[in-house]
Design a protein around this ligand. Structure first.
Ligand SMILES: C[S@@+](CC[C@H](N)C(=O)[O-])C[C@H]1O[C@@H](n2cnc3c(N)ncnc32)[C@H](O)[C@@H]1O
Length: 284
């Protein structure tokens, strides 16, 4: 292994790409992060006091982030779908693999068994970033994840803003979600078509209770498919998505002010109230 190191003593990301002998393939979601400063900051975005005993990285690429995670954690597991890159990671970090500090899992992050990790820091493959995020969020572990900027903003959006929607409510069900840094295209090799942003997810229980998580999520999804309609009409029109057996019973029982709003102004707690009410009045 070459000992080329960047200013912070970590491996130089451009040198890693050269050593791996690959060109990132955008069709396979391969955009390697080559900006040292962004790479160095990512792990520091974990919430204060995060258990760093076992960090998970989804999409290891040529290992620039893996290297930073190894410096910050006791153990790292990296999942990488591309066999060439998985092989390169095993060779490049052979010492850490031999010491039991790094496990390279070759496979699709949507299919492989994930280990019991304490937190995740990942520059996600954008083609499946939503699916991966919703695999990680229910584990209730701190997450620092790179997404397309627009997706990141929708995840973190507050009620009443343009970006607020299903994604904001469902992600916010598991964690406090914050956009902590916009990242320009030039930070990647090759540069993606869109801007990126780093999101921090700090797990916590929601400020409401729901009788059935799936029923709550289905109701939220249903109402946002009709976001231009009032909630009254959205509830009535979307039983095929919400799964409500008797949407009319919910409309009859629900608060009039809430029914007049559009989904974009309904808070997560109000959606939860509706899910509870649906159960109480036998509409679920
Ligand atoms: C945006 S790159 C990030 C690479 C590296 N972590 C970095 O920051 O430079 C995403 C990586 O995920 C890999 N990948 C794409 N789809 C994947 C999947 N479904 N499961 C696991 N890895 C995947 C790609 O091969 C690529 O190496």
């Amino acid at each position: 292994m070459s000992d080329q190191r960047g200013p912070t003593g970590r491996r130089d990301p451009d040198a890693l790409v050269r050593r791996a002998g690959v060109r990132g393939d955008p069709d396979r979601d391969q955009h390697f992060l080559v900006d040292d400063r962004v790479l160095d900051r990512l792990v520091e975005y974990l919430p204060e006091g995060t258990d760093r005993s076992h960090l998970l990285e989804v999409g290891g690429g040529t290992g620039a982030l893996t290297d930073r995670l190894l410096a910050a954690a006791d153990r790292v597991t990296v999942v990488e779908r591309d066999p060439t890159l998985a092989g390169f990671l095993r060779a490049e970090f052979a010492d850490e693999v031999a010491a039991g500090r790094l496990t390279v899992v070759e496979g699709d992050a949507l299919d492989v068994d994930l280990p019991e990790f304490s937190a995740s820091v990942s520059n996600l493959p954008y083609g499946v970033s939503s699916e991966i995020a919703f695999r990680l969020l229910p584990t209730k572990r701190p997450l620092v994840l790179m997404f397309q900027k627009e997706f990141a903003e929708r995840m973190a959006a507050a009620p009443g803003t343009d970006a607020y929607g299903r994604l904001s409510v469902t992600a916010g069900h598991y964690a406090d979600v914050e956009v902590v840094e916009p990242v320009p295209k030039e930070a990647f090799d090759p540069a993606p078509a869109v801007q990126s942003a780093v999101v921090r997810c700090t797990p916590r229980d929601p400020e409401y209770e729901v009788p059935d998580e799936d029923a709550f999520m289905d109701l939220v999804t249903a109402c946002f498919t009709q976001r231009r309609k009032t909630m009254r009409n959205a509830i009535r029109n979307t039983a095929h998505i919400s799964g409500l057996a008797d949407p009319e019973a919910l409309v009859e029982a629900a608060d009039e002010d809430l029914l007049r709003k559009r989904a974009g102004k309904v808070t997560p707690a109000e959606f939860a109230e509706l899910a509870v009410l649906a159960r109480e009045v036998g509409a679920a």
